[in-house]
Design a protein around this ligand. Structure first.
Ligand SMILES: Nc1ncnc2c1ncn2[C@@H]1O[C@H](COP(=O)(O)OP(=O)(O)OP(=O)(O)O)[C@@H](O)[C@H]1O
Length: 458
């Protein structure tokens, strides 16, 4: 761990020297400032882990400096006030402003060290608490400290300032939808809705009502395009749209309006379009499967989500994130990934990207026992899938089975994968994979797959 960095602010040279020597002996890194102006400069150039602040100083007193820091916000470090002749009121005022504690001069060195240690521990617990709270929330911003993820978030924040259509390209499960939501949350449309439209829906003729709404004898029901007014319309997997759906979408984008089913009046749209694709759209266009006009409208601004194997240094952080996530949200027992297991997983191919990692953690917490997760367990749950180098040289396990079992095994994996992708919704799954809903229910039951359904879960 890096040494904690303490800033000592006092106008008396003897106190500065004494306190800094004692703290340095204890292993702290210390900087000293002789007045408030210097303290401000130090704080600007590097945030301290703790500040010892004298109350009485000739130019500007410590309470004023503390008050300024607190008003500006973002004071992540504890502040311990020191004074030889402060009144009770001053001490109370400093505590009210947010000082951690108060030390009287002449300083007792034992008390000084104890108070500093306690303050550091308090700050550490506070940070840990904030970190845990952040982790239990659903993913609201792409996680990962790698250069690739830093760059992605930075580009996303920049693109959030524009209103032009945006195309997110990336492998399945690499976080395109999370990124789209992040961009929405950073944009001026953040208070507007985020409407997620599976393209399976667009391809489905009977879903026009869901998309465009309906007018019947003066009774109006608003479709998703209208619901997206003032916000973002997210089109998942645009490359999967059939020609009819492409032409409907193109017409909406070109005219910036549409007509409700059964209606006659053009209704204006106002949304930012964010589309996602796992297939290179240019290839789809060249192959004649994607309309060039739509391609040019969609691909003006493009952002790529990296595959997990391209930022594998984030794997340990993601594993820990999802352990905390499932422990707190699903009350699963806590288990830990020892470093050798983390290292193994850093070199794993992650064909299903973040979705695969999340599922792996969940399964290990459900299936396993014991605080430490072992390498053998991980390999068993991964089905001994290949590590990065030999990804193509292996065939799936079901290749070795009789054809009926192989088909069931494939269908089960395939349906579970897509069901998870659509949050367990059979309606969306049916649209996306083009299997009629009644038939799909039968299949899910026959394969013993659990599902949920909603009335209009598009
Ligand atoms: N940066 C991230 N950190 C942690 N989890 C993430 C991150 N990005 C996405 N996830 C999680 O990974 C899963 C897949 O993410 P998401 O649905 O955004 O991917 P996608 O690329 O849109 O997938 P698909 O193309 O299959 O629809 C989700 O459970 C999501 O919460």
């Amino acid at each position: 761990m890096p040494e904690a960095y303490v800033l000592v602010v006092d106008d008396e040279p003897d106190i500065r020297q004494l306190v800094s020597e004692i703290l340095a002996d204890e292993g702290y890194e210390v900087a000293v400032a002789e007045n408030a102006a210097m303290a401000r400069q130090f704080r600007e150039s590097r945030t301290p882990d703790l500040v010892l602040l004298d109350i009485w100083m000739p130019d500007e007193d410590g309470v004023t400096l503390l008050s300024d820091w607190m008003t500006a916000g973002n004071v992540s470090f504890p502040v311990i006030m020191m004074s030889g002749h402060a009144t009770i009121e001053t001490a109370v005022e400093a505590t009210r402003l947010g000082a951690y504690d108060f030390l009287e001069k002449p300083l007792s060195l034992a008390k000084l060290l104890l108070t500093v240690e306690r303050a550091m521990e308090h700050a550490r617990l506070k940070q840990e608490n904030t970190r845990l709270l952040r982790r239990v929330e659903p993913v609201v911003e792409p996680i990962g400290r790698s250069v690739a993820m830093e760059r992605l978030r930075e580009q996303a924040r920049r693109l959030a300032q524009h209103d032009a259509g945006l195309l997110l390209v990336g492998e399945p499960g690499s976080g395109k939808e999370v990124l789209a939501r992040y961009i929405h949350a950073q944009s001026s449309r953040r208070n507007g809705p985020f409407i997620d439209v599976g393209t399976g829906l667009l391809a489905h003729g009977s879903a026009s009502i869901a998309l465009f709404g309906k007018e019947d004898d003066g009774v109006v029901s608003r479709g998703l395009l209208e619901q997206a007014y003032g916000g973002v319309l997210f089109l998942d997997e645009v490359a999967d749209m059939d020609d009819g759906a492409q032409s409907r979408l193109l017409s909406v984008l070109e005219t910036q309006s549409f007509i409700r089913v059964g209606g006659t009046r053009a209704i204006p749209v106002d949304f930012r379009l964010i589309a996602s694709t796992r297939k290179p759209l240019a290839d789809e266009m060249r192959a004649g499967r994607f309309r060039p006009e739509l391609f040019y409208l969609l691909s003006g601004l493009t952002l790529k989500t990296p595959a997990l194997r391209e930022h594998s240094e984030d794997v340990p952080e993601l594993l820990n994130y999802y352990v905390d996530y499932f422990v707190s949200r699903e009350k699963l027992p806590f288990r830990k990934f020892p470093v050798p297991v983390q290292n193994y997983l850093r070199h794993y191919a992650w064909c299903g990207n973040l979705r695969e990692l999340k599922n792996l953690v969940q399964r290990l917490l459900i299936l396993g026992s014991g605080t430490e997760i072992t390498l053998d367990e991980v390999k068993a749950v991964l089905g001994e899938q290949p590590a990065m180098g030999d990804a193509r040289s292996r065939v799936p396990d079901y290749y070795e089975m009789p054809i009926k079992e192989a088909r069931d095994s494939f269908e089960k994996g395939y349906l579970e994968y897509h069901l998870d992708k659509f949050g367990g919704s059979v309606a969306r799954l049916s649209n996306a994979i083009g299997l009629e809903r009644t038939h799909l229910y039968r299949k899910l039951n026959a394969l013993g797959i659990k599902f949920r359904d909603k009335k209009l879960d598009l």
